[in-house]
Design a protein around this ligand. Structure first.
Ligand SMILES: [Zn+2]
Length: 335
C-alpha cells in the first residue's frame, strides 16, 4: 500500500477490479462471497480490508474514507462487524467458522455490513469448507465473505462456483518504479531498477526487496559466489564449502533465484552488449571482464533453473547444490 494516497487509490495496478467493486457496492449488488486471488505480495489482503472498510464506512460512499471510526477500527483489526480468519499451522479448522456463525448469524447487528475475511482460504479443512458452504448457500442479509488465496484450484468447486472472482493484476514497470522511489527515497536508481525487475509486478514483493536489509546481503553473497564459479583459481573444495553455507541458510531458494538472474544477465550482456536489458545494470562492467561464451552461460542458467525445480521436491539439498556448483564450473571451463 502507498503512504501518501488513501482509499482504493493506494492499491497499485488494480483499477479494473476496483471499478467493478465500487460499482457493485454503490448499486448494492456485491456478491455474498468474493474470492480474491493472486500471487503472494499482490495485495489481496489489502484489497479485502479496503472492501470491508468501504462496506462499513460512515461516509456511505463507494470508497472508504479511512478517517471515520469504523474505517480506523477495521484497519486496527478491532471492528465488531469484521472477523478475520487465518490459518493456524497451515489449516483453518471448523471452530473459527462456528465462531463466525455465532457472532454474525445468531446475533446479528443492525447497522453496517458484517464481513468475514478468510485469509489463505485454500487452508480450509473439508469440514470447515462444508460449514462455509452451508452459510454461503443461504447467505443471511448483510454478511459478506471475502476469501483470499494464491491457490484457488485447491478450493472445493462448490465454493468456487458461489464466489465472485477477482484476480489481482500485476503492476507495470513505471508505476512500480514510482512506488519504490516513494517508499525508499534514499535508494540508488540501480537498486530501484533491480528491485523492480525482481518484484515481477508484485508490490508486496517489491517492498520486501527494497526495504529488506537482508536483500543487500543476499546480493553480495550471490555475486561473490558467482565470481568464484567463474574463477579457475578457486578450488573445488572451496566451492563445496560455499554450497554447504548456502544450504544452511533459510533463503536458499532466493539465493538460487538471484544466481539465475546473475547468469541470465551475463548471457544477455554477452549477446547484446546492451546494459539497459539487464536485471542488474551494475553488472555489465563485471561481465565485460569475463571472456565466457554466451552459450556456456545459457547452459549454466538451465542448470540453475533445473536445480531450483528439483529443490521443490524432496531431494538432498546439499548434494543438489554441490552438484550444481561443480557442474557450472564444468560448463564454464568445458571440463
Ligand atoms: Zn470511513
Amino acid at each position: 500500500m502507498r503512504g501518501s494516497t488513501w482509499g482504493f487509490d493506494q492499491l497499485l495496478g488494480q483499477e479494473k477490479n476496483i471499478e467493478v467493486i465500487k460499482k457493485s457496492i454503490s448499486k448494492g449488488t456485491l456478491a455474498h462471497a468474493l474470492l480474491i486471488t493472486g500471487p503472494p505480495g499482490s495485495g489481496k489482503s489489502s484489497l479485502a480490508l479496503l472492501i470491508a472498510q468501504a462496506l462499513n464506512c460512515v461516509q456511505k460512499t463507494e470508497a472508504p474514507c479511512e478517517a471515520c471510526l469504523s474505517c480506523r477500527k477495521i484497519k486496527e483489526g478491532n471492528h465488531a462487524d469484521v472477523a478475520v480468519v487465518e490459518p493456524e499451522e497451515r489449516s483453518i479448522k471448523i471452530d473459527p467458522l462456528r465462531e463466525v456463525k455465532k457472532r454474525f448469524i445468531y446475533y446479528p447487528q443492525e447497522q453496517g455490513t458484517r464481513v468475514c475475511l478468510i485469509e489463505d482460504a485454500h487452508c480450509l479443512t473439508p469440514a470447515a469448507a462444508a460449514a462455509l458452504l452451508k452459510i454461503v448457500e443461504e447467505p443471511p442479509d448483510k454478511l459478506v465473505f471475502l476469501l483470499t488465496t494464491p491457490y484457488p484450484s485447491r478450493l472445493p468447486s462448490t465454493i468456487l462456483s458461489r464466489c465472485q472472482h477477482y484476480l489481482m493484476q500485476r503492476v507495470d514497470d513505471i508505476e512500480m518504479e514510482e512506488y519504490l522511489r516513494e517508499i525508499s527515497p534514499g535508494a540508488a536508481e540501480s537498486e530501484i531498477a533491480l528491485a523492480k525487475n525482481l518484484s515481477e509486478g508484485l508490490p508486496g514483493r517489491a517492498r520486501n526487496i527494497i526495504l529488506n536489509e537482508v536483500w543487500g546481503e543476499r546480493r553480495e553473497i550471490v555475486y561473490n559466489v558467482g565470481e568464484k564459479l567463474l574463477s579457475p583459481e578457486i578450488s573445488e573444495r572451496e566451492l563445496l564449502e560455499e554450497a554447504k553455507r548456502w544450504v544452511e541458510r533459510e533463503d536458499l531458494a532466493q539465493l538460487l533465484e538471484m544466481l539465475s538472474h546473475y547468469f541470465k544477465d551475463g548471457m544477455i550482456w554477452k549477446l547484446s552488449k546492451d546494459s539497459s536489458q539487464l536485471f542488474d545494470k551494475d553488472l555489465h562492467e563485471f561481465w565485460m571482464k569475463y571472456k565466457i561464451d554466451a552459450m556456456n552461460l545459457k547452459s549454466c542458467l538451465e542448470l540453475i533453473n533445473d536445480t531450483r525445480k528439483m529443490l521443490l521436491t524432496n531431494v538432498n539439498k546439499l548434494l543438489a547444490v554441490e552438484n550444481l556448483f561443480l557442474q557450472i564450473r564444468g560448463r564454464i571451463f568445458n571440463v
